[in-house]
Write a protein that binds this ligand. Structure first.
Ligand code: HEM
Length: 446
């Protein structure tokens, strides 16, 4: 297990080819992810990476994802937020019990809907006002949990369970069936939809529609190499897994830290107000919808989010598996087949990297001479590094800034006193007991 930037650079960049995800990782996620980007190595990964990077960086996708975020935040998240606030107040008036909202649950629902719209062009509706149980979302959550169980027990245990189709392996199989059926139906429907004559939206921008277009082009050119429907399905499922919970848990830790540091909250609000004051037309507080260039200007908020992720990285630990025997620059030997774990959480707190105040939440550390400066990838491995750097990083920052700015502008998020705030030990850094909050509408004058 390592936490040294030099070794991290060695496995994630210098000897990238010798340190793939590897068989150990891939066989545990095979049923759910198939050969999708998150579970692929070598050429299979390279091709998907090329497509993902080029598609996600087109101005078409960037504009599309901003539109979907604006609409999800305003038409769903803020509505659910004010509806829940209303219910909480009603219940408090009518009973003596203290009613609160689990912010983590709400944000998990938001990011699930958001990533499904980006990948599939379909909104599963987790954020409807009554916060319904959506079978696809539930199955996705279960399938992830049972796949992760395979990392916790010796291989012979889960392999025997799989052979006899019992216990968690039986549940995994059922959950995976639901996820795959949903994905297959979505692929089928989208294809039919795109071919409907007179369809108005002839150029949809979600990743699935773009892949279908590429597939049609390949088929019309009669090439022997073309994307199968399974490829389309695996690609989208991987995206959902990668983008599902990472930004929501990042936001929950962020809101908690901001609550604990009112001076930082005040600076974020100052920045937002200053940006809004540059608008030519003044909207009322409720009508403010942030635009891309305004989000880009929110550098203090960007620093606060990066700082929160440093202390609470959404992926706290990760690993690669050596293909062949290798030796680290300091002489340490890595035998073929061994796994090298890198501890992102520990790295975020090392004094040798961040200085004596490494445990403090201090967005100011991200500025040099008044300018925001990004940290070296191999010292700040929160989004991974090297050729497998997170493809959704830009998407995630836009999404997190949109949510954080839209909510902080309208509400003071108050963390309910007396609850235990502690991480859940798993591959994603959830808050173990969620985060109970109440919301106090703000009286900001714009
Ligand atoms: C705060 C939010 C996020 C964090 C901290 C984060 C972090 C990471 C990390 C650590 C990896 C490497 C995982 C590994 O290889 O084992 C990764 C990969 C990836 N992420 Fe993100 N991610 C975030 C949000 C997103 C979002 C919103 C999306 C999609 C819209 C996304 C898409 C991906 C994809 C597709 C990969 C696989 C890249 C590859 O293997 O080449 N991520 N991310």
């Amino acid at each position: 297990m390592i936490a040294d930037p030099i070794k991290i650079e060695y496995i994630l960049k210098t000897k990238f080819k010798n340190f793939p995800k590897g068989v150990y990782y891939r066989e545990r996620f095979r049923e759910l992810l198939g050969d999708g980007i998150f579970n692929a190595d070598d050429d299979e990964w390279k091709e998907q990476r090329r497509i993902a990077t080029s598609e996600m960086h087109t101005s078409r996708f960037v504009k599309y994802s901003l539109r979907t975020m604006q609409s999800l935040v305003h038409d769903k998240l803020l509505k659910a937020w004010s509806f829940l606030t209303f219910l909480v107040i009603e219940k408090q008036v009518n009973s003596s019990r203290n009613h609160t909202i689990d912010l983590q649950e709400l944000l998990l629902r938001f990011t699930f809907d958001n990533v499904c719209v980006a990948a599939f062009g379909v909104d599963p509706g987790c954020l409807a006002l009554d916060l319904p149980d959506i079978p696809f979302a539930k199955a996705f959550e279960d399938a992830t949990e049972y796949s992760l169980f395979r990392f916790l027990v010796p291989a012979f245990i889960w392999k025997t369970m799989r052979l006899f189709n019992v216990s968690k392996e039986n549940k995994l199989k059922n959950a995976v069936t639901i996820v795959h059926e949903f994905a297959e139906t979505t692929v089928k429907n989208r294809k039919a939809d795109l071919n409907k004559p007179g369809k108005l939206d002839r150029d949809p921008c979600d990743l699935l529609s773009r892949l279908i277009k590429m597939q049609e082009n390949q088929l019309s050119k009669n090439t022997t190499k073309f994307f199968t429907d399974k490829f389309l399905k695996d690609f989208c499922i991987s995206f959902i897994l990668a983008g599902r919970d990472t930004s929501s848990v990042a936001l929950v830790w962020f809101f908690w830290l901001v609550h604990e540091h009112p001076n930082i909250e005040a600076k974020i609000l100052q920045e937002i107000s200053a940006i809004l004051s540059q608008r030519e037309t003044k909207d009322g507080l409720n009508d403010v919808v942030f635009q891309a260039e305004e989000l880009d200007k929110m550098v203090y908020l960007q620093a606060a989010l990066s700082e929160s992720l440093r202390l609470y990285p959404s992926v706290p630990i990760d690993f690669k598996q050596a293909k062949e025997d290798d030796v680290f620059p300091d002489g340490m030997k890595i035998p073929k087949g061994h796994r090298v774990l890198y501890h992102v959480y520990a790295m975020g707190r090392l004094k040798s990297i961040w200085g004596e105040d490494s445990s403090e939440f201090k967005p100011e550390r991200w500025f040099k001479d008044g300018e925001f400066v990004s940290e070296n990838q191999f010292r700040y491995v929160v989004f991974n590094a090297g050729p497998r750097l997170c493809v959704g990083k830009k998407f995630a920052y836009t999404q997190m800034k949109m949510v954080a700015a839209s909510i902080l502008l309208r509400y003071k998020v108050k963390v309910v006193e007396g609850q235990v705030i502690t991480p859940k030990v798993t591959t994603t850094l959830y808050m173990k007991h969620g985060l109970s909050v109440t919301f106090e509408p703000r009286q900001l004058v714009l």
